[in-house]
Design a protein around this ligand. Sequence first.
Ligand code: PHE
Length: 450
Amino acid sequence: MSKRNKTSYTHWSSRWTFIMAATGSAVGLGNIWKFPYITGEYGGGAFVLVYLACIAIVGIPVMMAEVLLGRTGRTDPIHTMISLSRQNDAKAWWAIIGVSGVLAGLLILSFYSVVAGWALDYVVKAINGSFSNIDAGQAGQLFADFLSDPTQLIISHTVFIILTAIVVALGVTAGLGTAVRLLMPLLFILLLILLGYSLAEGDFNAGLNFMFSVDFSKLSGEAVLVALGHAFFTLSLGMGAIMVYGSYMPENASVAKTVFIVAILDTVIALVAGMAIFPLVFANGLEAAKGPGLMFVTLPIAFGHMPGGIIFGTLFFLLVSVAAWSSSISLLEPGVAWLEKLGVKRWLATALLAGLGWLGGLACIYSNNWLDDKEGRYAFEWMDHIASNIMLPLGGLLIAIFVGWIMRRSAARRALSDTANFWFNLWYASLRVFSPIGIILVFLHSLDVI
Ligand code: PHE
């Protein structure tokens, strides 16, 4: 089914299509690549706990608000915010939520597509048997050699951007929905296989201890900000992706239930990925704070030693690439939907924005050697920090304030009419008070003000 239809705005056929699309957006490199590596960098347990608190207190309420805005506005995030501001007698500058979302999407796409390119390349390495009997040193070398080859990096990055652009340009989600429905469970099964391997061969106790024993003295202000930023990043929040998907959601589907399902799936997948990776880190004498290469150095060791490792390794990196693909589509969709509404042809809008993301990716690749060498991670770290830790939480803050304080309560109540009073009131209080205060406290804390 096509989701672009200018005369009568098409809706997805069912709640499940929305759940699949939103899960496709949410589950991606954020869960499998980024969550483990930032958990490693920021010291484990306390960071994980703050991240889970951010999902519960800020992520879920804001996600419901974002879906609701999209479903009420029924157009791209910028026009949705303009029309909802007017309807609620507010200034049109609330459209800033949509504008910043389009920019954040491009910044994220820039490094996201480069890392997705790594995953694509690792499919080929897995098929070639490059992991067989590999040890930690060799796995590190394999990754370092790969990163020092810009041509290869550019090829993989370009292939990934083209794959993303094709789906966005066609504006077809039906195929994607089916792919997500079939492939995400398969990805989950492979993660469980890896978890089983870690349990048998890794230092499982050390891994669990690292992830779940909480020591707040290890937690810096920056770590708290990164945990909040990651709650937004992993749920695709604060930049219009979930809003634009919400705009295609049928009227009779329950916002609260669907959001819960997506948030829980997303969180479980991240935790399982972490529990599969850290026991391997400790058993192989690797560093938890290894940085962005963590998954690409640890998992080949597992695939290189388990029976059927070539098949499992190939499938795993292929599925990670697919998960990244269904996420990157939603990074482009808000901007493309906006340009389309302004009268630009969909394919042209896609080519323009994907082209910008491609250029941003080149900046990441050429700012060189982001592994091991902290100083060298300029463009990537900068883009990730500005977009994930600042723009997404600010977008979320504005969304919470808009729905909690500007939009009429009756409109919000109507949009969540299937939700029981108790839950509605809890959600509404979160949006008005807890989520905004939480976000503001984290910002102040990271600036060392409190
Ligand atoms: N949620 C995606 C992931 O975890 C990334 C993403 C962020 C996608 C923001 C869309 C918008 O991989």
